[in-house]
Write a protein that binds this ligand. Structure first.
Ligand SMILES: [Zn+2]
Ligand SMILES: [Zn+2]
Ligand SMILES: [Zn+2]
Length: 129
């Protein structure tokens, strides 16, 4: 089920900000901050961008990574996480294995966040020069 379909199923209307934010996140597969997202879709005011992202976060329709106190978002259309370079922000994604959580039979409705950071090879080379 697509994120748009999920949003509709939850009873939300497709307002202009919601559509634009979803469209952008759907075509741009990388992580983006609210600040940068607002720069990309200037047609929407800042408050609407933040409000829309908060809504999507609340409904678990976006993944959120917190890097240096700034939230980065991407669409939660498949279970995945990221490893992010602490110097340049370069990110790669990897699959999340939810089967791992089946062993926690004392819990239900499990949510989790996982942020991996490192120094990418490119930044590492620059440091070593
Ligand atoms: Zn992602
Ligand atoms: Zn880097
Ligand atoms: Zn995971």
């Amino acid at each position: 089920m697509s994120i748009s379909t999920k949003l509709a199923k939850l009873g939300y209307k497709f307002t202009k900000p919601r559509l634009q934010v979803l469209n952008y996140l759907e075509k741009e597969k990388s992580l983006i901050s609210a600040r940068n997202l607002h720069k990309k879709i200037k047609a929407i005011d800042r408050a609407s961008v933040y409000r829309t992202l908060n809504l999507l976060e609340k409904e678990h329709l976006v993944n959120v990574e917190i890097i240096e106190k700034e939230k980065l978002y991407c669409l939660a259309d498949h279970p995945h996480h990221h490893i992010i370079c602490r110097k340049c922000g370069y990110a790669e994604e990897f699959d999340c294995d939810k089967n791992e959580f089946k062993k926690f039979y004392n819990f239900s409705n499990i949510h989790h966040q996982l942020t991996l950071t490192g120094i990418c090879n490119k930044c590492n080379t620059i440091t070593n020069e």
